[in-house]
Design a protein around this ligand. Structure first.
Ligand code: 4AD
Ligand code: MG
Length: 461
């Protein structure tokens, strides 16, 4: 079978030639002696129009086919310079590969994204989701090539862990114990000693702690895999299962970290604009007008930089516009992040040097003793897309911080070892992959950029 992609890419060279394609019917209409079928085979964003006539011995059967049916068509490519599509296929033979019943949930009309979420096994057959999931795939590829071209080693960090990287306690516990007879210790806590791992374990919230140890072996590394958070946040930007890209670089500080993050995001934007033209034009026209212009502008400008303390000063002047009032020490909410990036800077911006109280234990303490060498990258339309930091590389300071936060040091033995055996300046960040896909496609809900989303009260398909 010829891919529809090849017909488009190899334009002209197929004119007048015979080809056979296989695909699914998007729409079908017929009159007495001929008909039109629009077919998509998934290899290209644009569909192919098939023209057929009562010359076919199964003309009656074909005319009755439902949308969604799978067919194989042999015929000749005819150029149609005046039509919407540059060519069509005049069918010599149409074979039915698989019928679709009349209750097929995707009819030709436009369906709402809410409705399509209820059929997430079928929605990749629609225009929007063909575009979303091809772009998602291309972004993953672009991220790998970005790091590979720079000599980074891709590390597969574990999904089951015994620690809580972010210290936020938002973990899904992993156990093989039967819930109805979970053994308890004398103090009432759960006794995991007879469980599979002999201790409490959870799905990872971040691969950072593990990938840091590889940075002290390979210098430049990254992990790219699923992470899990039991955050009870029912928003358009939070999922319980999402993918994260986490590079970690040794002999590097926060500045190097931000340079890396900015060039990675620009690389991915450039790659997608060049390699997903049809999809990006579709988003630009139907999902987020001005998207391409905005992304092109990002490519041609530098990201903004502002410290947390400066950002708070800016935001305090607009406190009457916010639901949550800003003060030094508060965690920035999405409304504040969006104000900074959309109103104040009008481009992506790094906010740096947050108060230590609102950031994780592993971040390097600044000289002021109050703030840490942290950076969040905020982008218009979303807010935080990246969270990163320079790491505390001094054993005493790290231990002190863990004591302050009452973390159980035994769970982090290996992490503390790294500060004992050849510690070095190092930094890294986490890019939320889904938020990156949202940013590049203009899609407004994280549920619409994950093939099978898992969010609060939703693990359906
Ligand atoms: O800011 P976070 O929590 O940082 C870390 O996990 C660090 N350990 C990363 C590192 O330095 N290696 O998360 C990083 C990014 C966020 O900026 C956000 O884009 C995304 O992960 N993220 C989520 N995306 C979707 N759903 C959620 N529930 C998310 N939580 C975080
Ligand atoms: Mg964060």
């Amino acid at each position: 079978l010829t891919d529809i992609r090849d017909l488009y890419r190899g334009r002209g060279e197929f004119a007048g030639k015979e080809v056979t394609i296989g695909g699914w019917i998007r729409s079908i209409r017929d009159s007495k002696t001929f008909g039109f079928i629009v077919v998509n085979d998934g290899t290209f964003f644009e569909p192919l129009q098939i023209v057929y006539s009562d010359k076919l011995n199964n003309f009656e059967q074909i005319s009755k086919l439902n949308v969604g049916s799978a067919i194989i068509v042999r015929g000749n490519i005819v150029e149609t310079p005046d039509a919407k599509q540059p060519f069509e296929l005049q069918a010599e033979e149409i074979e039915v590969e698989g019928l679709s019943t009349a209750d097929y949930p995707l009819q030709k009309k436009r369906h709402s994204f809410e409705y399509l979420r209820t059929v997430s096994h079928l929605r990749p057959r629609t225009n929007t989701f063909q575009a979303v999931f091809r772009v998602r795939s291309l972004i993953a590829y672009a991220i790998h090539t970005f790091f590979m071209e720079r000599g980074f080693v891709y590390v597969h960090t574990p999904l089951i862990t015994g620690s809580d990287c972010e210290g936020a306690g938002e973990m899904f516990q992993v156990t093989t114990m039967d819930l109805k007879d979970i053994p308890k210790n004398e103090d009432g806590s759960i006794d995991f000693s007879k469980d599979f791992f002999g201790k409490a374990t959870n799905l990872t919230v971040s691969g950072q702690l593990n990938v840091e140890s590889y940075a002290f072996a390979f210098k430049n590394v990254y992990t790219f895999g699923p992470t899990f958070r039991a955050e009870n946040s029912n928003t358009t930007r939070h999922a319980a299962e999402f993918w994260m890209i986490e590079p970690e670089i040794a002999f590097a500080d926060l500045k190097d970290d931000m340079i890396l993050a900015e060039s990675m995001l620009k690389h991915v934007i450039r790659y997608v604009l060049e390699n997903a033209r049809e999809e990006m034009n579709f988003f630009n026209q139907f999902v987020d007008k001005g998207l391409i212009e905005r992304l092109t502008h990002v490519l041609n400008s530098d990201f903004g930089h502002v410290t947390y303390t400066e950002a708070v000063k800016i935001l305090e002047q607009h406190n009457d516009e916010f639901e949550y009032k800003v003060f030094w020490g508060c965690d920035l909410q999405t409304e504040h992040e969006r104000f900074l990036t959309e109103q104040e800077f009008k481009r992506p911006v790094f906010v740096t040097d947050y108060p230590k109280e609102i950031k994780a234990f592993y971040m390097k303490l600044n000289e002021d003793g109050k703030t840490v060498a942290a950076m969040d990258c905020l982008v218009p339309g979303i807010g935080e897309i990246i969270g990163g930091s320079q790491r505390e590389d001094k054993l005493e300071l790290l231990e002190q911080r863990m004591e302050e936060l009452e973390l159980n040091k035994e769970d982090y033995d290996f992490y503390l070892d790294l500060r004992k055996y050849g510690s070095a300046r190092h930094a890294g960040f986490g890019l939320g992959f889904e938020r990156c896909v949202m940013y590049l496609t203009g899609m407004g809900n994280i549920r619409d950029v994950v093939p099978f989303p898992r969010t609060v009260k939703n693990c359906d398909l």
